[in-house]
Design a protein. Structure first.
Length: 139
């Protein structure tokens, strides 16, 4: 999936503030502060905040999500020249279909792609064939 959220100052500040609050409360109650406990609370707050900022990875309408403009295939924040796309991966399960461009990674080891409902797989495949022409599908 193409979703990576870098750590930003706001997230770090929330985590630091939470750790400071818990540390202060513990210091007042027990008169001791454990650095390990404060780090644990900071990580817990950061993980919860990071999880909440993750976008929903399921695309409900792949035909409208993937567009072809000026010789590029575009979806999400990904834009790849059409002439570089030689293979498309479509893996269908009972509920979902996984689309990716395994030979066009945007970052090393991270091919662009997304998940959509399996009921839309045939329609999406026809759409890709119409736009990309003679393309090799990997299943």
């Amino acid at each position: 999936m193409t979703s990576s959220n870098p750590i930003n100052k706001e997230t770090l500040m929330y985590g630091a503030l939470a750790a400071l609050c818990v540390g202060s409360i513990l210091w007042i109650v027990r008169q001791e502060v454990s650095l390990l406990l404060m780090l644990g609370v900071f990580n817990l707050v950061w993980i919860v905040k990071w999880y909440k900022t993750m976008p929903d990875a399921t695309v409900m309408d792949p035909v409208n999500y993937v567009t072809f403009n000026n010789g590029h295939i575009q979806f999400g924040s990904t834009s790849i020249p059409v002439h570089k796309v030689t293979r498309v991966a479509l893996e269908t399960t009972r509920e979902h279909c996984y689309f990716s461009l395994p030979y066009n990674p945007t970052t090393p080891g991270n091919p662009p792609g997304f998940v959509f409902p399996a009921s839309k797989a045939a329609e999406f495949k026809r759409y890709l064939q119409g736009e990309l022409g003679d393309i090799l599908f990997i299943y």
